[in-house]
Design a protein around this ligand. Sequence first.
Ligand SMILES: [Zn+2]
Length: 399
Amino acid sequence: MSLNKDCEPEAVTNFREYLRIPTVHPDVDYSKCVEFLLRQAQSLNLPSNIYYMAPGKPIVVITWVGQKPELTSILLNSHMDVVPIYPEYWTFDPFSAHKDEKGNIYARGAQDMKCVGIQYLETIRRYLKNKLVFDRTIHISFVPDEETGGDLGMKIFVNSPEFAALNVGFALDEGLASADDSFSLYYGERTLWHLVVKCTGSPGHGSLLHESTAGEKLQYIINKFMNWREGEKFRLKNSNLKIGDVTSINLTMLNGGCQINVVPPELSVSFDIRLSIELNTEAIEKLIKKWCEEAGEGVTFEFKEKMAFIEPTKINEENPWWITFKEECDKMKLKINKYIFPGATDSRYIRQIGIPALGFSPINNTPILLHDHNEFLNEKTFLDGIDIYYNIIKSLASV
Ligand SMILES: [Zn+2]
C-alpha cells in the first residue's frame, strides 16, 4: 500500500480528492470531475473515452483490455453526481472530505457512490501493480445524472452503438450500506410508476350540496389507493418481507381549487408507486382503471413515469456471474443478504437490455446515510472494500 506524505494510503487520498469535487445537483458541472478521472486513467496508464449522450453530460469509460477481448466484458459502473445538501445540518463542510480521529470521512457522495468509483480504480491499480492479467476486458464507467433518473445518462447510453461496442456481459453497480456486519446485494428493482388521477365534477357555491363533485370522486380514489397502502404496510410488518418485496404507495401531491367557498371543477392527486416484482403490471393498471370508473364520470388517470417491468438478474445456478460472485464472497466469509432494491438505480437500464447486473457497495457496519446529512464512510471500511472487490472482480474477469 503506497502512502502519501501524511501517511495516508494513496487510495484514500484519491477518494477524498474525488469527494471534494462538487458534482452536486442541480445543474451539475462535470468538467472538474472528468479532468480528475482522466488523470486517474493516465496514472493507471489505461485508455479512456468520453461519450456525450446529451450536451454537458459526459460519460467517462476507462478500459483495461483483456487477453481475450472477443469475450464479453465486465462493466464496473458508478455515477459521478450527488444529491443536494442542507449545509446547516452538516457538522463539516460536505465538500471538504473531512476525516475525523476515528477515520470517518464526511462528504456528500462518501457512500453514494464516489467510494465505489474509486474502489474500482484502486482495485485495477493493484492488479496492474501485481502484474495480473485476465481474459476479459474490464470497463470502468462513470455516468452523469443518475440522481435525477439517468434520463440524460445511462438510459440513453445503454441503447447507443457506443455502449454496444463495449460488448458488456455483466455489470456491477451500486448497492446500499448495511448497518450490521452483513453486506447487502441487490439483484432487481421494483417497477416505478408516477401516476396522476384527475377528478372532474360539478362546480358551484360552497354553501350547497351538489351531486357528483370532484371532491367526492377524489375521496373515492384516495381511499382505494390508501387501503392498498394499508394492506402493504400490514404485509411488511407481519412477515419477513423487506421494503423491496412489497409495493409502496405514497400520496405525494394534491392539486386544485381556487377559493375556499368555490366547489372546484377539477381536483387531482398524484401517487408515487413502486410495484413489487411479484405483481402483474397489466392487471394493476386494469384495476386502477376500474377504480376510476367506479369513482364516477370524468375521472381519468395519466402516467408521469411508467417503467416497464424489468426482469431481475438471476441469482441461481443459471447465472455463472452470480455463482462466481457468491463463491468469492463465501471464500471471504462475507455474510450476503439478497434484496430487491427499494429505490431505483442505473442498473435497471442495464438489466432492461438483458445484461445481468448486481448492485453491491462493499460497506458494512455503517449507518445508511445516502442522501442524508453528515454522510460518511470510514477509511478502514473503504480500504476493506478494495480487498473485497480485488477478489470478486479477479474471478469475474476470468469467468
Ligand atoms: Zn447512487
